[in-house]
Every structure is written in structure tokens, then in C-alpha cells.
Ligand binder design. Structure first.
Ligand code: C2E
Ligand code: CA
Ligand code: CA
Ligand code: CA
Length: 278
């Protein structure tokens, strides 16, 4: 009962407590979190829809706070962005993800892609290329096995400088994906200018697909546009078999979601990948 009481207090503090106080608690915790080893990465499998084969995984950041317990990324990443800590944390994520992905190959898995989420701040900071280059050389991972996910809203500040930066990242062999696609207001003309390889269709659009003929129209339009531009498509948040079937009929090429697997700790992902190899 004591333990349950404490957990109730914890989640109360995170969910409904004084927001400013909570943010301060989180913010103060972020600096020592890296050195204390409180961060880890979970990996969610990404699957080729046509063959059903595992092709890679998205790295998702987890924070085990010493008193608050597990703090969800949607809660602490905005705080880390406001405080600027996200740049150092993002570097850590890049290094760790490349290191773990290089380990998969050594353990006879793969070759598998690893996808890493980027904060807009990392793109603006100016150290991103050096961080990516360091992560690749320290791990020995070939750049073609790394994918960087950049949200649609980040890319919308579409300037020549941003495009140059993306082109330099592409020159390292890495793949670029537009994350949460469909939630912004991007048009074809803007997408054509960006050196991206793939659109990750936001899970908001998965809810109704497969439920009725008209409900798939947005996803169908996105996939047709992607095909026209020579881009691949990954559907996020696939939870039900009828969504899987609808995506297959629409020609989506990669899928990710609870239907296939939840994000899991690195070691568990290796087990999962071994069981789903070939
Ligand atoms: P995201 O990049 O859109 O990641 C997908 C989120 O959807 C993950 O939440 C994942 O656990 C969840 N998800 C996967 N499959 C399903 C499904 O079938 N149904 C539902 N309802 N959800 C599903 P998570 O891990 O809580 O991450 C939330 C967000 O935090 C991410 O959204 C991303 O924006 C951000 N994030 C996570 N790790 C990092 C990171 O290393 N760096 C940065 N900058 N942001 C990160
Ligand atoms: Ca993502
Ligand atoms: Ca996403
Ligand atoms: Ca998101």
C-alpha cells in the first residue's frame, strides 16, 4: 500500500501537479541524467509490408528518473528543448543507437536500419554533422544503416541553408525520413526541394483506414504523392490487422506499430530480431 501510494503521488506529480514546478524538477534532473546513466533506448521494429521481413528499428528515448520513475519522452523532451539540454542528449542518442545497431550486425542480425529522431534544435545547432560523423566512426556503423527522422514542422522552415545541411548528411550515405507526415501543411513543391527518402505517415491517419472505403483517402493520397516523388512510405501506429490489410492494398512499403511489436529494451529487441530473422 505504501508503494502504491508513492506511485500515485509520482504520477500525480507528473500529470496534474504544478506544471512550472514539475518542469523545474525535470529540468534540474536533465543535466545529471546523462552522467548518471538514466537514459536508455528502446527499439521498435519496422517491417517491410510486402515480405513481412524485419528491416530495422526506431530508437525511442527512455528516462528513468531517480524519484519520478519512468518519465515519458512527450513529457521531458519539450523541457529538454527549452533548456537546450536536447543537443547533448541528442548526441548521446545518436552515439548509442549507432553503437547498438553495429552490435546487431556483430551478433549475426541484419543488416538492419536504425532510425533516430532529431529535435529541430539539433538541426539549428550547427554541430549535427560532426555528431553524426562521430557516431558513425566510433561505432563503425556504415552510414547507409542510419536513418534520421525529422518532423514535418521542422522542415517547414524550408531555407537553402537547411537544404544544404540535409544534402551534406545525405552525402554521408544516411537516409532521411519526414516524421509525423500529414500533420503539417506541406505541399508538393516544398517536398520536391528536400533531399528526403521517405515519409512516415502519422498514426493519426491510421485510426479509420480499413474501416470504410472513404476513410483511406488521405493515406491513399499521401502514398500516391510519395510514389510520384520517388519516396518510400512508412505507416506508423499500426494496431489492427484491418489497417495492415488496407495499407497493403494502398501500396505502403514499411509498417510499424503495436500490431507487430511495442518498443522494447535493446537486449529484448535482439531476442525479438533473432526470432524474426530470415
Ligand atoms: P514518434 O517519433 O512519432 O515515435 C512514435 C511514438 O509512437 C512512440 O512513442 C511509440 O512508442 C509510439 N507508438 C508506436 N507504435 C504505436 C502504436 O501502434 N500505437 C500507439 N498509440 N503508439 C505507438 P514514445 O516512445 O512515447 O515517443 C514519443 C515521441 O517522443 C516520439 O514520437 C518522438 O517525437 C519523441 N522522441 C522519442 N525519442 C526521441 C529522441 O531520441 N529524440 C527526440 N528528439 N525525440 C524523441
Ligand atoms: Ca519518429
Ligand atoms: Ca512519428
Ligand atoms: Ca510524434
Amino acid at each position: 500500500a505504501k508503494e502504491a501510494g508513492r506511485n500515485t503521488f509520482r504520477s500525480h506529480l507528473l500529470d496534474t501537479g504544478d506544471e512550472a514546478l514539475n518542469d523545474l524538477t525535470l529540468r534540474n534532473g536533465l543535466r545529471p541524467a546523462l552522467t548518471r546513466g538514466e537514459f536508455s533506448l528502446h527499439y521498435q521494429p519496422i517491417i517491410a509490408l510486402a515480405s513481412g521481413k524485419l528491416i530495422g528499428a526506431e530508437a525511442l528515448l527512455r528516462w528513468q528518473h531517480p524519484t519520478l520513475g519512468n518519465v515519458p519522452p512527450n513529457r521531458f523532451i519539450p523541457v529538454a528543448e527549452l533548456s537546450g539540454h536536447i543537443v547533448a542528449i541528442g548526441d548521446w542518442v545518436l552515439g548509442k543507437a549507432c553503437q547498438e545497431a553495429a552490435g546487431w550486425a556483430e551478433r549475426g542480425l541484419g543488416p538492419l536500419m536504425v532510425s533516430v529522431n532529431l529535435s529541430p534544435l539539433q538541426l539549428r545547432h550547427g554541430s549535427l554533422e560532426a555528431s553524426v560523423a562521430a557516431a558513425l566512426s566510433n561505432s563503425g556503423l556504415d552510414g547507409r544503416w542510419l536513418e534520421l527522422e525529422i518532423t514535418e514542422s521542422t522542415l517547414m522552415g524550408d531555407t537553402d541553408a537547411l537544404i544544404d545541411q540535409l544534402n551534406r548528411l545525405k552525402a554521408m550515405g544516411i537516409r532521411l525520413a519526414v516524421d509525423d507526415f500529414g500533420t503539417g501543411y506541406s505541399c508538393l513543391a516544398y517536398l520536391r526541394r528536400l533531399p528526403v527518402d521517405r515519409l512516415k505517415i502519422d498514426r493519426a491517419f491510421m485510426a479509420d483506414i480499413g474501416a470504410g472505403a472513404d476513410d483511406a483517402s488521405i493515406v491513399r493520397a499521401i502514398i500516391q504523392m510519395a510514389v510520384g516523388l520517388g519516396l518510400g512510405t512508412t505507416a506508423e501506429g499500426v494496431e489492427h490487422p484491418h489497417q495492415h490489410e488496407a495499407l497493403k492494398a494502398l501500396g505502403c512499403d514499411e509498417v510499424q506499430g503495436y500490431l507487430y511489436a511495442h518498443p522494447m529494451p535493446a537486449e529484448q529487441f535482439v531476442q525479438w530480431a533473432s526470432a524474426h530473422a530470415g
